[in-house]
Design a protein around this ligand. Structure first.
Ligand SMILES: Nc1ncnc2c1ncn2[C@@H]1O[C@H](COP(=O)(O)OP(=O)(O)OP(=O)(O)O)[C@@H](O)[C@H]1O
Ligand SMILES: [Mg+2]
Length: 380
C-alpha cells in the first residue's frame, strides 16, 4: 500500500483531510457571489483547500477559475491568464471562443493547431505593459458580461494575492475595486500567506480593497478530525498506535498541516516492518524529517553570516523568545540590538524566518531547528 500521507503538492480525494466546515462556508459565500480574503500562515493548506473547493464548485455547475498570481512575472501575463481562463470556464465551444477573442480591443487571439488537427485558442496581448491594466479590466468586464449571458455564476480564485504589490499594487487595487463593485455574476476569493499584507489590504481605510469583502482566517485542521483521518489510514495499513500517543504529533508539528503530513509520512515508512508505533519512535520523527531535507538546510546555512548563524542557533533553542529583550541577549551571549535587527531583517527577507502577527519570530520551516540542534551535536 502506498504511503497515504502526501506532501509537497496539492492533496486531493481520500488523501485530503477534513476542511468540511471551511469548504461549506466558502461554498455558501460563493453561491452568494461574495468576496472573501482567505488568510493563514504558510503551509496551512490554503492552496489545497481552494483547489478542492474549485472541483466541488464545478461539479455543482458553477464556473470556477483558479489563478496563482505567483506564476505570472508581469501584469500583462496575469491579464492574459484572467481573460483566457474566465472565458474558457464559461464558454467551452472553441469556435465561439475564437469569435469572442477576436472582438477584444486589448488582446488578440492566438490560434494553434495540435497534432490531431484540433484548433486551440489562446490569448496573446497586443499591447505594451503600460496598457496591461486596461487589458485586465477588459477581461474582467468581458467575464461578467459572458457570465450574465450564460446565466452562470463565476468564481475567480486568486492565490498568492499578496504578490499583487509586485505589480504596482495600489493603482491596480483601485482599478480592480471599481470594476469588481459593478459586477453581479462573479464571486472572488483572494488568498495569501503574507498575513500583514493581506490584512492591511482589506482592513486599512486608505486602501482600495477596504471592506471589499470579509476576511476568513484559516486555522489548523481540528485535532479530533485530523487524528481520526490519520487513524483511519493507519488502521487500513495495519498499523497500531495509541490515540494519546498520536496527540504528540500535533504538538511536535505545531498543528501545521504540512508538518503533520511530513511526520506521518516518515512514521508510515519507518514503522513499515513492525507496524507498531510507540512514543519513543514518535519523538524521533522530527529529526528524521529534518535529515531528509538536510541538503536544503545546508545551503541556507552556508549562505548565512556568522551573526545570522548565532541568532538562528539561539532562536532554534527558544522560539518563543523576544530577540530584543536583555534576557535573550544575555542568555545567548548575542547583541547589540542593532546587529540583531540587521540579522533578523536579512533572515526574514530570505524567508528563513517569518514574523507572526503577535510579533514573534519563527522558523518558516518548523523542522529546521531540529536540524540546527543536530549539527550542533556533531560540532561539540
Ligand atoms: N486538508 C489537508 N489534508 C492533508 N494534507 C494537507 C491538507 N492541507 C494541507 N496539507 C498539507 O500541507 C501541504 C501544504 O499545503 P498548501 O500548499 O495547500 O498550503 P498553503 O497554505 O497554500 O501554503 P503556502 O502559504 O506556502 O502557499 C500540502 O502539500 C499537504 O501536505
Ligand atoms: Mg499556497
Amino acid at each position: 500500500m502506498e504511503n497515504p500521507f502526501k506532501y509537497g503538492g496539492v492533496v486531493r480525494g481520500p488523501y485530503f483531510a477534513d476542511r468540511t466546515s471551511e469548504i461549506k462556508e466558502l461554498k455558501r459565500e460563493m453561491l452568494s457571489l461574495n468576496r472573501v480574503f482567505l488568510v493563514s500562515p504558510r503551509r496551512f493548506g490554503k492552496t489545497c483547500l481552494l483547489l478542492n473547493l474549485s472541483e466541488m464548485l464545478k461539479r455543482e455547475a458553477m464556473a470556477c477559475v483558479y489563478i496563482d498570481l505567483n506564476a505570472f512575472p508581469d501584469l500583462k501575463s496575469f491579464a492574459t491568464a484572467v481573460t483566457g481562463f474566465t472565458a474558457g470556464a464559461l464558454e467551452t465551444n472553441k469556435d465561439r471562443l475564437l469569435k469572442m477573442f477576436a472582438g477584444f480591443h486589448m488582446l488578440r487571439p492566438k490560434v494553434s493547431l495540435d497534432q490531431a488537427g484540433n484548433i486551440s485558442a489562446g490569448l496573446e496581448l497586443a499591447v505594451a505593459e503600460k496598457d496591461a491594466l486596461s487589458a485586465l479590466l477588459e477581461g474582467l468586464h468581458h467575464a461578467e458580461n459572458l457570465a450574465a449571458r450564460k446565466k452562470k455564476k463565476l468564481v475567480i480564485i486568486i492565490d498568492e494575492f499578496s504578490d499583487l504589490e509586485k505589480f504596482n499594487g495600489h493603482t491596480i487595487e483601485k482599478a480592480l475595486r471599481s470594476e469588481i463593485q459593478t459586477q453581479t455574476h462573479i464571486g472572488y476569493i483572494f488568498s495569501g500567506s503574507e498575513q500583514s499584507v493581506m490584512l492591511a489590504m482589506a482592513r486599512d481605510r486608505a486602501r482600495a480593497f477596504y471592506k471589499l469583502g470579509r476576511i476568513m482566517e484559516l486555522g489548523p485542521i481540528p485535532q479530533k478530525t485530523y487524528a481520526a483521518f490519520i487513524q483511519r489510514w493507519l488502521k487500513k495499513g495495519g498499523y497500531i498506535v495509541n490515540q494519546s500517543d498520536l496527540e504528540r504529533i500535533f504538538k511536535i508539528g505545531n498543528d501545521v498541516p504540512y508538518n503533520i503530513q511530513r511526520l506521518c509520512n516518515v512514521m508510515w515508512d519507518v514503522a513499515m516492518e513492525t507496524k507498531i508505533i510507540e512514543p519513543a519512535l514518535i519523538e524521533k520523527l522530527p529529526l528524521m524529517v529534518a535529515r531528509q531535507d538536510s541538503a536544503h538546510y545546508e545551503m541556507l546555512w552556508r549562505s548565512a553570516s556568522q551573526p545570522q548563524k548565532i541568532l538562528m542557533i539561539a532562536l532554534s533553542r527558544d522560539q518563543s523568545a523576544k530577540p530584543f529583550s536583555k534576557e535573550f541577549q544575555l542568555t545567548h551571549g548575542i547583541g547589540p540590538s542593532s546587529s540583531i535587527k540587521a540579522s533578523l531583517d536579512s533572515l526574514l527577507k530570505k524567508g528563513i524566518l517569518y514574523k507572526t502577527l503577535q510579533g514573534a519570530y519563527r522558523f518558516t520551516d518548523g523542522f529546521m531547528p531540529y536540524w540546527i540542534g543536530d549539527i550542533l551535536k556533531t560540532i561539540r
